[in-house]
Design a protein around this ligand. Structure first.
Ligand code: BG6
Length: 477
């Protein structure tokens, strides 16, 4: 990449809720992921429509052990280093640091675990990129306050941030306040621990929780910049533009509205105020938010330093009933099937040019450095008798996306900080809870039912990505 930053951050991304495990180790408290089951009850729980307390006793919770990175992190980081990672994006488990969310002082064992983890990364010269909250909240805060419905949780989050910022102020520079903050609208329990009580208006509840998270994010940014002015804070969007299904202006208008649902969060975090269209939406729908006297000032004065996002696919929008019937999935947000695109085994549309479009849209809109912190193909891998795994489909997917990313930098002038493909080591799928849906360069021997040795092995894509990094993206074959 001719215009690429010299310190471009090639790496990989994971999150504690899907890979760390060790749910009872080191005084960790229960978190929402510990109560998200595998199987038919998974989506009702993640949508906040089914109470996890009513789940059958023999339910299986794949996040509790996950791939046990808690016990394997040295081996895993050594493999990342072998690939030449410049950075590694991972998340802290909040309840490992504040088991109930409200202790007077943080849990030293939790802080020590992440301290050792970070030191292991730094030993190899790998820059840590920390997501403070990736679909994660102590279960005790859900039970006591209804999670982000309550402003009390803002204080708990800021206290958690205070503990980690002070502890890691000389070791971590990049912080992402909330993973895919817009996921709250689609899977409120998984995204933000939100369950709906009878009679509650789900739209009001979701936007109140969103407001509380946005204020918490701005307060964390303010605090972090006070503790270390070199800290860089990012928001994080589940991105992928909505295309109008046709050039009928009705479809164009519909796609603009669907995009705005998602941009809403980033508009606030990057520009510091509620956009006009959101104010009008609230007015129309009778949504009156409970706000603190300084909220708007805090939002205005503490915008993010960079915009990070996940990109898996683009989406389509239409107003035609007939067209809407042709929906497919894609990172939880359903989309109309685009006839020009192939889909993955899970129905996610594959659109490399869509990544360039997304990069350009976000850069035009916010004019802040961007960071692709998730991208990749969830696929079934076949382990051959000799133990090899030829994941050419994954190489093909990533190669096509990296090419478009480079064009956005070289030809369009987008300022891009880095690229961290998702699930660089196989982990539990957030949406389906499967292990079978694999993203990694590193295979982990574990199946959907939780059986397996947890042994790690290199896939074909491992060597390929190592070469991509070594040549700074010049050699993609
Ligand atoms: C994003 C999340 O939504 O997409 C990750 O930030 C998630 O947590 C990833 O794992 C891929 O989705 P899935 O459902 O295939 O795991």
């Amino acid at each position: 990449m001719r215009n690429m930053r010299k310190d471009f951050l090639w790496g990989g991304a994971t999150a504690a809720n899907q890979c760390e495990g060790g749910w009872k180790e080191g005084n960790r408290g229960m978190a929402i992921v510990d109560m998200i089951p595998w199987g038919e009850n998974r989506f009702p729980v993640m949508r906040g429509e089914m109470d996890y307390k009513t789940l059958p006793e023999d339910s299986y919770y794949p996040g509790r052990e996950a791939i046990d990175m808690y016990g394997h992190y040295k081996e895993d980081i050594a493999l990342f280093a072998e690939m030449g990672f410049k950075c590694y994006r991972f998340s802290f488990s909040w309840s490992r640091i504040f088991p109930s969310g409200e202790e007077e002082t943080p849990n030293e064992e939790g802080l020590k675990f992440y301290g050792d983890f970070i030191d292991e990364l730094l030993k190899y010269g790998i820059e840590p990129v920390v997501t403070i909250c990736h679909f994660d909240i102590p279960l005790a805060l859900v039970e006591k306050y209804g999670s982000w419905k309550s402003r009390k949780v803002i204080d708990c989050y800021v206290k958690y941030c205070d503990a980690i910022f002070n502890r890691f102020k000389d070791k971590v520079t990049y912080w992402i306040t909330f993973n895919e903050i817009n996921m709250l609208l689609h899977l409120p329990f998984m995204g933000a621990g939100i369950q709906f009580a009878e009679g509650e208006d789900p739209r009001l509840v979701k936007y109140q929780a969103a407001h509380n998270e946005l204020v918490a994010s701005a307060m964390a940014t303010r605090l972090g910049h006070q503790i270390n002015p070199d800290f860089k804070f990012g928001c994080m969007l589940a991105a992928g533009n909505f295309y109008p299904y046709s050039c009928n202006p009705e479809d164009v208008w519909e796609s603009l509205g669907r995009d705005r649902e998602n941009y809403f969060f980033i508009d606030v975090q990057a520009r510091g105020e509620y956009p006009a269209y959101a104010k009008k939406l609230f007015e129309r729908e009778g949504i009156t938010l409970e706000t603190g006297p300084d909220d708007h000032k805090i939002l205005k004065e503490n915008t993010v330093d960079f915009i990070s996002f996940s990109y898996y696919s683009s989406r389509c929008a239409s107003t035609s009933e007939e067209v809407i019937a042709k929906s497919t999935s894609g990172n939880v947000m359903k989309s109309i099937r685009n006839p020009h695109l192939e889909v993955s085994e899970w129905g996610w549309q594959i659109d490399p040019l869509g990544l360039r479009i997304t990069l350009n849209t976000l850069y035009d809109r916010y004019e802040k450095p961007l960071f692709i912190v998730e991208n990749g193909l969830g696929a079934v891998d076949q382990v051959e008798e000799d133990g090899s795994i030829s994941d050419d489909y994954r190489i093909q997917y990533l190669e096509a996306h990296i090419k478009e990313m480079m064009k956005a930098v070289d030809e369009d002038g987008v300022d891009l900080l880095g690229y961290t493909p998702w699930g660089c080591i196989d982990l539990v799928s957030a949406s389906t809870g499967e292990m079978k849906k694999r993203y990694g360069f590193i295979y982990v021997d574990k199946d959907n039912q939780g059986k397996g040795t947890l042994k790690r092995s290199r896939k074909k894509s491992f060597e390929w990505y190592k070469n991509v990094i070594a040549t700074n993206g010049r050699i993609l074959k």
